[in-house]
Write a protein that binds this ligand. Structure first.
Ligand code: GLV
Ligand code: MN
Ligand code: MN
Length: 415
């Protein structure tokens, strides 16, 4: 019932809003992201949605329902990308939501509930170190400390939001109350290899793992690389390398049948970063994700104690500051059942699986029940230029999204 060709064209078009030197990059808060959003706004309007932006920079396309007192059915995702990220992470969910609105219009289907298609602001870690900026604000979790967090130029997140036309002074009004969302349903590529390996078109997400991001600063002593004898060095990068390897070993040891545990240092800044200077300072971000809140609680501190003896001779100072934390988020069993039923009616094979990736649903779950539909992506690759999903996968996921929303509209509007 959806128009897969139109959806595919929209995916192609939005993905061309990329830094040409670094495909496929559309970082939040950049002019490119804003250009992409202007195009997106037009697409929302063409689909009959009334567009607004809240104080946290969420772009919201709304379609009224027959019963205006009902809370909205919400769908969407994000149009920002990681550096050299892909052409599907995020934009699929937003453009599929717009395609749902087109389909409803073309089939003259009125919903009881209002429908909102949201492009959440900066789901990926922004240059201010904060991810899920928009959905956090909707949950009332974008606090003053986060808003004052600076990027490398010293601009704060609040200033960045003002620059892109949001009004951070009105951020409190972006907050949505508990139970103010009838249901939130997001379509996303799996970003892993499981569905492809099992040759299944639809994944029904059971829960989203929790995560912590910790900013770690290691202070050593910069000096001349040719003249400072080895025993007299305090090399911050050598200490960082012990921490990186230790995190890798610790996550590998903890991960298993009982718990899912992954840890990554994906961002690292070295000063002075010269071939002939001893690194005096390293800033890095340690990220750990798990389906166990107790693993999240203890991982960074355990790591520091395990590597302490090896690091001690380097005479560096290590400080840690938590940037973000999210606990494990469960998808609603009612939404899981609806997605299961719809996929089976449409003849698609399914499996239940957790999401190792974070999503805006983590925060939107504080406003109502959430569900997520996954579709396979090529070789399970994501957050890299090779990220790819087939038209058939995109089509199947969007059909399931449309029909799940239709079913939820019927079941949730019963008194
Ligand atoms: C989002 O893509 C995340 O899981 O970091
Ligand atoms: Mn992502
Ligand atoms: Mn995403």
């Amino acid at each position: 019932m959806i128009n897969a060709d139109r959806l595919w064209r929209n995916i192609e078009t939005l993905s061309t809003f990329t830094d040409p030197a670094n495909p496929w990059t559309r970082r939040a808060f950049t002019p490119l992201h804003q250009q992409g959003r202007r195009w997106l706004e037009e697409q929302m309007e063409l689909a009959g949605l009334v567009v607004s932006m809240d104080g946290a920079g969420n772009l919201i396309g709304r379609r009224n329902g027959r019963k205006p007192n009902l809370h909205p059915l919400v769908t969407g995702s994000h149009t920002d990308t990681v550096n050299a990220g892909g052409r599907f992470d995020g934009i699929l969910g937003v453009l599929a939501g717009i395609e749902v609105a087109h389909s409803l219009n073309e089939h003259e289907l009125e919903l009881d509930h209002p429908l909102e298609v949201i492009d959440f602001m900066s789901e990926e870690p922004s240059d201010y170190g904060i991810s899920c900026v928009g959905s956090r604000a909707m949950a009332g979790k974008l606090d003053a400390v986060m808003l004052s967090s600076p990027d490398h130029t010293g601009e704060t997140l609040a200033q960045g939001l003002s620059r892109i036309g949001a009004q951070p002074s009105t951020i409190a009004s972006a907050k949505r109350a508990n139970k103010s969302t009838a249901a939130y349903l997001e379509l996303h590529i799996e970003q892993g290899p499981v569905l492809e390996q099992k040759d299944l078109p639809i994944g029904v997400v059971t829960h989203i793992v929790g995560g912590r991001r910790i900013a770690v600063t290691i202070l050593g002593t910069a000096g001349h690389s040719g003249t400072t004898p080895m025993p007299l060095r305090s090399d911050a990068l050598v200490a960082a390398s012990l921490l990186v390897a230790g995190a890798y070993r610790q996550a590998t040891r903890l991960n298993g049948s009982e718990h899912y545990v992954v840890a990554t240092v994906g961002r690292l800044l070295v000063e002075p970063n010269m071939a002939n200077a001893i690194p005096g300072k390293v800033d890095l971000v340690l990220e750990v994700r798990s389906d166990s809140n107790s693993v999240l609680d203890s991982f960074p501190e355990d790591l520091l104690s395990v590597i302490a003896a090896d690091i001690e001779p380097l005479d560096v100072q290590i400080s840690m500051k938590e940037l973000t934390r999210s606990d494990v988020t469960n998808c609603s069993s009612e939404l899981i059942q609806v997605i299961d039923a719809v996929a089976s009616e449409l003849g698609y094979g399914t499996m239940h699986l957790p999401s190792g990736a974070g999503h805006d649903g983590v925060y939107i779950s504080q406003t109502g029940p959430i569900g997520m539909i996954f579709v396979p992506c090529l070789n399970g690759r994501s957050h890299c230029p090779e990220e790819w999903a087939a038209l058939e996968a995109v089509q199947a996921g969007t059909q399931v999204l449309l029909h799940s929303l239709l079913k939820l509209d019927r079941t949730l509007s019963q008194p």
